[in-house]
Design a protein around this ligand. Structure first.
Ligand code: TMP
Length: 211
């Protein structure tokens, strides 16, 4: 049996995570690996209900700590119900966002202190950490243009001021600098082909290490 492992795709809104994650899933499936696609907030029936609460644009009054704890609650369920069992079965888990997003959005952008963020993540994860975070890095202004051009409405977090989104982006870049073995940054302003080529190189390295 293959050893299971987890890769997270993260970065600015509109950076193309969904396209990339689907292409990676196809690549791995064609190679014969069992893949579990998932996302945060969400990933489980309970997590998807929590997602609706978190992202609802009609409740801008949600306080910062409520938001943080809802992300934490969803993550605890996600890990217990879906991620750990999949890894134990030798599957490769591909997640659209995970704990790095909490450091970027709730700490660097929202301003909640690092100790509180770490406490919530630790409660949810008990030291578990994905093998790799692939950050699709894009100027948030460009990202927002892409989101709007898809004709979708903005969720509660996308509706934040540009300054918030810039801070979140910088949060990812800082985490990548601090944990180079656990993060890879890809310039998402490149063509889709270039982005995918670079992502697949990282995936091949992970397969050589863990599969
Ligand atoms: P999505 O746009 O990738 O579906 O993610 C929804 C929003 O949730 C996005 O604006 C990023 C935000 N988010 C956080 O603020 N903290 C987190 O821990 C996660 C997982 C997402």
């Amino acid at each position: 049996m293959n050893k299971g492992f987890m890769v997270v795709f993260d970065g600015s809104n509109g950076a193309g995570k969904t396209t990339v994650i689907n292409e990676v899933a196809r690549y791995l499936t064609e190679k014969g690996f069992s893949v579990v696609l998932t996302r945060e907030p969400g990933g489980t029936p309970i997590g998807e209900k929590i997602r609706e609460v978190i992202l609802d644009p009609s409740t801008p009054e949600m306080c910062d700590l409520t938001e943080l704890m809802l992300f934490g609650a969803g993550r605890a369920q996600h890990l217990a119900e879906k991620i750990k069992p999949a890894i134990a079965e030798g599957k490769i888990v591909l997640s659209d966002r995970f704990d790095a997003a909490t450091f970027s959005f709730q700490h660097y952008a929202r301003g909640i202190d690092l100790a509180t963020i770490s406490q919530i993540n630790e409660l949810a994860l008990h030291g578990f950490k994905p093998e790799m975070n692939i950050i699709l890095d894009l100027d948030p202004l460009e990202g927002l243009k892409r989101v709007k051009s898809r004709g979708e409405g903005l969720d509660r977090l996308e509706d934040e001021k540009m300054d918030f989104l810039v801070k979140a982006r910088n949060g990812y870049l800082l985490q990548a600098q601090q944990q180079p073995d656990n993060f890879s940054v890809i310039d998402a302003a490149q063509s889709k082909t270039q982005v995918l080529e670079q992502v697949l190189k990282i995936i091949d390295n992970l397969l050589a290490q863990y599969a």
